[in-house]
Design a protein around this ligand. Sequence first.
Ligand SMILES: [Zn+2]
Length: 75
Amino acid sequence: MSPEPELDPMGLPVEVRHIQPYEATKTYLCPGCNRDIRPGEGHLVAVPIDEPDLRRHWHRGCWSNRANRRPGRLR
Ligand SMILES: [Zn+2]
C-alpha cells in the first residue's frame, strides 16, 4: 500500500510494477534465476528511481527471494 520504493539486490531504490499475464508480450531474462520469463507469464518490473532505463523484469518468486540470495548484502 505504501508508495515508498523498495530496494533491488544492488541496494538501489526501485519502483515495482506488476505485469499482468496479458501485458507480458515479450520474453525477458530474469536476473534472479537467469531463466526466461515467457510471454503471457505474470511477473514484475523493478524500475530504478534514478535510472528508469535500467529496469529489469523478475519472476515474482525471484523478486521475493532476492534478499536471501546475497547474505549480508542488504543488512
Ligand atoms: Zn526468476
